[in-house]
Design a protein around this ligand. Structure first.
Ligand SMILES: [Zn+2]
Length: 173
């Protein structure tokens, strides 16, 4: 347990104990807690996301464990293992929305099998087309008319911290 205490050092003992109790730890052959495998959350879940009462508020377990190990509030927490039930701090990264999207693409969790984005009602082909058209100098409103897609969607794709940062050429097919 001392190794865990050292890892989860930026919280009080009570919080640490409560947190640890809610994890199904994987073990190594030497019967030590594995730092490499996913630590599966066994506590409360809200909308498929593990949640935890921490610092006087309900937050996601991933954000809580990040704060316990790094002593700062994360921007966007994402899982490099792709397992949303995992709270192994070694699998949780802090970054930007676009980094989290890149991570999801890398893990194959961003596109649905039919080519649509998991978090967008636009298809992959539409997104690629939007990027191509803006490169030719068209404005959002022109692209909106041309493709018959709502203006705000085009704007979101191109200028919001959302799908607009994805390098579609690099994200693979
Ligand atoms: Zn994991």
């Amino acid at each position: 347990m001392t190794k865990l205490n050292k890892l989860l050092q930026y919280c009080n003992e009570n919080e640490r104990k409560r947190f640890i109790k809610k994890i199904k730890f994987p073990y190594t052959k030497n019967k030590k807690i594995s730092m490499k495998k996913c630590w599966i959350w066994n506590g409360n879940i809200s909308k498929k996301v593990p949640i935890f009462w921490f610092n006087g508020t309900t937050t996601t377990a991933a954000r809580a464990v990040y704060q316990m190990t790094c002593n700062k509030k994360p921007n966007i927490c994402y899982h490099t293992c792709g397992n949303y039930k995992c709270v192994n701090p070694n699998h949780i990264k802090n970054g930007t929305k676009s980094e989290s999207i890149h991570n999801a693409i890398k893990l194959g969790k961003y596109f649905n099998t039919d080519g649509t984005f998991k978090h967008s009602i636009l298809t992959r082909d539409q997104l690629i087309l939007i990027h191509k058209l803006v490169d030719t100098g068209l404005k959002c409103i022109d692209i909106s008319k041309k493709l018959n897609i709502k203006y705000h969607l085009i704007h979101n794709v191109l200028y919001n911290n959302c799908n607009g940062h994805i390098d579609l050429k690099k994200s693979g097919k």
